[in-house]
Ligand binder design. Structure first.
Ligand code: HEM
Length: 422
């Protein structure tokens, strides 16, 4: 069978490529329709090169596992319009703006991943748990200082993971606002509040953001090469592959990936979890009575919010998947947020249940590119909510929340809350 038999209707394809649909949740209706009617279909929305849309949990696992066939380095790993894809291809000679882990394949990918994998293991992270708890406490204090009323996103969810990831990357706290702005511009090009100011052209804006990141991290690299210590920044700056130091571009790409992937995602899941607790006070009461449920709550919050909505893959050869003929060069969108509401895997998938077990969500991806920072993200969220649950006896919304407008990484951008303090 060919793609023509599996065309996704235009109205559904238009939702997939409408960044506002990810903010007002229309995307979940589109995913539901796709899972039921065209779980592996071809979308050809206006202004975009066609791409396969993979919406079922099982198919996303199959594609992710076969990383030799479904590659990450041949075309962009996040959806871009036809014009943007062509411009980046032309301006970078097909090399992309960065060369990060998510854009690599074997044999480079496992070598680059191994450089920091040990650093991100639960055993190693135990050594920074105390530091993370101190940071979490200082953010929960802000809630107390505001009498329990605040915008949870700007006061807590954005700053806490940012401080954690910047401290492991050796960034001075006074540079954090700049890092936050750059990350929001990196992921938020379509969001009216977060897009880079004074730049209407998305590709130029993205390229400027990457250059500004590069300039900033080149001084961190130089510093850690001259004065290595035991932090992650030193591991990356002094990394060697096959006995040779990694290039400046590779080192900078590594920094930028961890800086960007490392906090916006965790902020979105933390705020998403808080939002869910406000809407489901009985789940908060359960946490209050049994804080041992917090790790389960963290996983459910990550499934529920799934901040990384998709990653793309490119077929390296003609192949077949679920009876569809995939051609070499075809682009595939892996819709994690759809997999995480797949009725075949999750009972009552639209319900928020902190005791959901098992919870085999794909919010961290699957296969060789499985999120490197997943244990760090979960550790941060566990500690934050342990500290919060101890200090408050109830949570409620204190006005309407709002989500970022983006088809790639999105989550709450405003969440007014009212908490009863002990
Ligand atoms: C709830 C928080 C997080 C979510 C939902 C998330 C999600 C993801 C996803 C879906 C991927 C897969 C990419 C692919 O398949 O191509 C990924 C990869 C990655 N993530 Fe995370 N992430 C989170 C937190 C973090 C943190 C805290 C860090 C680091 C400090 C991090 C660093 C990375 C890196 C370096 C990769 C690339 C791995 C590779 O390609 O081998 N992430 N993440």
């Amino acid at each position: 069978m060919s793609a023509a038999n599996h065309a996704i209707p235009d109205n559904i394809a238009a939702v997939l490529t409408d960044p506002a649909a990810y903010a007002d949740h229309r995307i979940f209706d589109a995913y539901r329709w796709l899972r039921a009617n065209e779980p592996l279909g071809m979308a050809s929305p206006r202004g975009f090169n066609p791409f396969w849309v993979v919406t079922r949990h099982a198919d996303i696992q199959t594609v992710s596992q076969q990383s030799q066939v479904f590659r990450s380095s041949d075309r962009p790993v996040a959806l871009l319009s036809r014009k943007a894809e062509a411009r980046i291809e032309a301006e970078t000679g097909g090399n992309g703006l960065l060369r990060s882990l998510v854009q690599m394949d074997a044999p480079d990918h496992p070598k680059f991943r191994m450089l920091t994998q040990k650093w991100f293991t639960p055993g190693n992270l135990r050594s920074i748990e105390g530091k993370i708890r101190d940071i979490a406490k200082s953010y929960v204090d802000r809630l107390a200082m505001s009498g329990g009323h605040c915008d949870f996103v700007s006061e807590i969810a954005l700053g806490f993971p940012l401080r954690v990831v910047m401290s492991i990357l050796g960034v001075d706290p006074h540079d954090e606002p700049k890092m936050l702005r750059l990350t929001q511009e990196f992921f938020g090009a379509k969001d009216p509040d977060n897009a880079r100011k004074g730049q209407n052209d998305g590709v130029t804006a993205l390229s400027d953001v990457v250059s500004e990141f590069g300039e900033f991290f080149s001084s961190v690299v130089a510093n850690r090469r001259a004065n290595p210590c035991d932090d992650l920044a030193s591991v990356i700056a002094n990394a060697q592959i096959d006995g040779n130091p990694i290039s400046d571009l590779d080192a900078l790409s590594y920094f930028v990936t961890i800086a960007t992937a490392g906090h916006d995602t965790t902020s979105s899941s933390s705020a998403g979890g808080m939002w869910a607790l406000c809407e489901h006070p009985e789940q908060f009461d359960k946490l209050k009575v049994s804080p041992t449920l917090i790790p389960g709550f963290v996983d459910e919050a990550i499934r529920w919010s799934t901040p990384v909505k998709h990653f793309m893959r490119t077929a390296a050869a003609d192949t077949e998947l679920d009876g569809r003929r995939i051609r070499r060069g075809d682009w595939l969108m892996l819709c994690y947020a759809s997999a995480n509401r797949d009725e075949a895997v999750f009972q009552d998938p639209d319900a928020f249940r902190i005791d959901r077990s098992p919870n085999r969500h794909l919010a961290f991806g699957y296969g060789p590119h499985l999120c490197l920072g997943q244990y760090l993200a979960k550790l941060e969220m566990r500690i934050l909510f342990e500290e919060l649950v101890q200090r408050i006896s109830s949570v409620a919304l204190d006005g309407p929340g709002a989500m970022t407008v983006s088809w790639f990484v999105n989550g709450p951008k405003r969440l007014p809350v009212r908490c009863q303090l002990h």
